[in-house]
Design a protein around this ligand. Sequence first.
Ligand code: BGC
Length: 478
Amino acid sequence: MTLNRSKQTTRSRRGRLGALAAATLAAAVVSSVAVNTAGAEESPDEGAEAAQAKVDNPYEGAQVYVNPTWSANAAAEPGGEAIADQPTGVWLDRTSAIEGNDSPTTGSMGLRDHLDEAVAQGADVIQIVIYNLPGRDCAALASNGELGPDDIEAYKSDYIDEIVAIQGDAAYADLRIVNVIEIDSLPNLITNVSPRETATDNCDEMKANGNYEDGVSYAVAELGALPNTYNYIDAGHHGWIGWGDTNEQYDNFHASAELFGSLIGQNGMTADHVHGFISNTANYSVLEEPYWAVDENVGGQPLNQNPELPWVDWNDFNNEKDFTEAFREELVSNGFNDDIGMLIDTSRNGWGGDYRPTGPSSSDDPVTFVDESRIDQRFQKGNWCNQAGAGLGERPQASPEAWIDAYVWIKPPGESDGASEEIPNDEGKGFDEMCDPDYEGNIRNGNNPSGARDDMPISGHWSSEQFQELLENAYPPL
Ligand code: BGC
């Protein structure tokens, strides 16, 4: 599955947007930086004693673990050496990945193998993706997982508890373990549920049974209680929950932050268990649109209040930087600590190459202006699967902005988001038409073509062709 992020949705068409709040948004939240936050609760494990207090930004000055499995795949590609030493996320995408399951998706290394190897590399930070919720990826099919909608007890005891036991081992006390918590889960409970027309049966079911909230709060509380872990909860991306002040019916922005805040108190989860949030995981949304502002006036009205402009469609944002800055503030006002930091997955949001514009369009027609000015080349922001034309984005780096702890590569470049056609498999992966290049879309992507590459394997499996295109269209260029 991929990340399916996008699954987005929603577009609103009415709007009283008002001056959105450019000002408010911009109001910078300044950040971070205080000293630590995260709670230093004592772990029951032996690791507690050796551990240091949590630092404000685990990435600052840190050497980040390079996953040898991904690195070998990258290095085997022509030109791949240029990035084979970059840190990428280690996905625990099913229970057997904890032990190591020799699958083409995750390789043969289990969690302990990765942690041991991180210690051997002398790394300070390792990035683990917690991704196995019951009824996973409810708005898409390409990354449905092994656990059924009601399998919450198995999630807690066979998956989370096992990971906690390993991460809490004293042997790893000196590593800062970043846990990226459950991609593509909670925002679905806002955007893809009834009575919205974007609802799916699976998301309605997950909302009704409460198992996303139960699972995420349990994972955050249990993992966050260890002395050297750093939880970053997945927060979608601007093209999914960037609709805020436009109208009440489609307010994804405030509603999502409120939903995250409502987890505090569940399963013993506290604000101190949350170090921050991550946006754009495995997605393609840009860091910034250099040639146009979302509230710029073109053709007589602001772009974000133009009913004839599908690319913007009343979204309050056109990029991840502005979105994360504003969403961070919104999370703080919903109970999270005021020094939380944001991560942005920049693995595939570069959009370089021949089609990248080099300046703003001179057109005064709003649609032409945006289409000629934007660097994000998707048909629509709800497109999430193997986007043709994408390139690597910013290389992983710490503290690029005051409110951003790091740009990270959580989705390992070259790994598929989903199969282009149905491929039988034993990983619980379905076939999602959003990965079929010929698919003409559905309400969740505004009935646009999928924009997906052809001939792609099931999610998580390697695609040389996609990897090569990402290298070629990298921005900044390699
Ligand atoms: C897949 C996982 C995979 C991850 C990283 C997800 O879309 O469902 O199996 O590990 O991507 O490539």
